[in-house]
Design a protein around this ligand. Structure first.
Ligand SMILES: [Zn+2]
Length: 241
């Protein structure tokens, strides 16, 4: 699991969180969780098969509070207050957000791209949340160093917080982390961790993964749709034991 991120966020005992990367074998794709065969291999380290959403850049949240899963999984966030149920979010530049109640009684995972953030998916998820304090972890997303967007994206947000004008007219650098953090705080979540990655430019720190001598690439730490076009997907997981 050395290729995986173990979130540092002081989650309570009994809450387990994990986030995959592109993996040191890079193009071999063994950690591309868009692929069903890789999803099937996961079950060994987990209490059961994860709940995978059919992510559509919406603000729809599903709630898992019984052993029976909701019929429709077309959603971009999942709130779960039963144990042993793994919730998963797929990303390759969009922001994965993991949440847990500080009492360790409920969890949630959010797929937050600009559309989800603009349509309030963070607030909608936390509306379902049990009372009490919550912690959040912001996983690997495209950073403000590389996420250039147009006016039409910036115009979807009521404030300019999280946008820095780019050199080209009508363009902005968007900071998904800053916008998510502000929305989390508005929803009452102040214990926020993570948020220091850029899927586009982050290189893995250990250099020994690139043994095939190919410059293109096994130094890339994350899948990035903006950088590579068609690419794999990383997954963030959370569950309660
Ligand atoms: Zn970057």
């Amino acid at each position: 699991m050395s290729d995986w991120i173990h979130p540092e966020w002081q989650a309570p005992a009994g809450v387990v969180s994990l986030c995959s990367t592109r993996g040191s074998d890079g193009r071999a794709n063994s950690l591309n969780f868009a692929l069903p065969e890789n999803r099937r291999k996961l079950r060994e380290g987990m209490p059961g098969a994860p709940v995978w959403l059919h992510q559509v850049h919406s603000n729809r949240v599903i709630r898992v509070d019984t052993d029976t899963l909701p019929e429709t999984r077309e959603a971009d966030a999942c709130y779960c207050d039963i144990r042993q149920r793994v919730v998963a979010i797929l990303v390759a530049d969009c922001l994965p957000i993991l949440l847990c109640s500080k009492e360790g009684k409920a969890i949630a995972a959010i797929h937050a791209g600009w559309r989800g953030l603009a349509s309030g998916i963070i607030g909608r998820t936390l509306q379902l949340a049990r009372p009490g304090e919550w912690s959040a972890w912001l996983g690997p997303a495209i950073g403000p160093c590389h996420y250039e967007v147009s006016d039409d994206v910036q115009n979807q947000f009521p404030q300019s917080h999280g946008f820095t004008p780019a050199a080209k007219p009508g363009k902005w650098y968007m900071d998904l982390y800053a916008i998510a953090a502000q929305q989390l705080q508005t929803a009452g979540v102040h214990d926020i961790h993570g948020g220091s990655y850029c899927t586009f430019c982050d290189q893995r720190c250990d250099q020994d993964g690139d043994q095939d001598g190919n410059q293109d690439g096994d130094q890339k730490r994350f899948f990035s749709h903006r950088r590579d076009g068609e690419t794999g997907r990383m997954a963030a997981f959370i569950w309660m034991t």
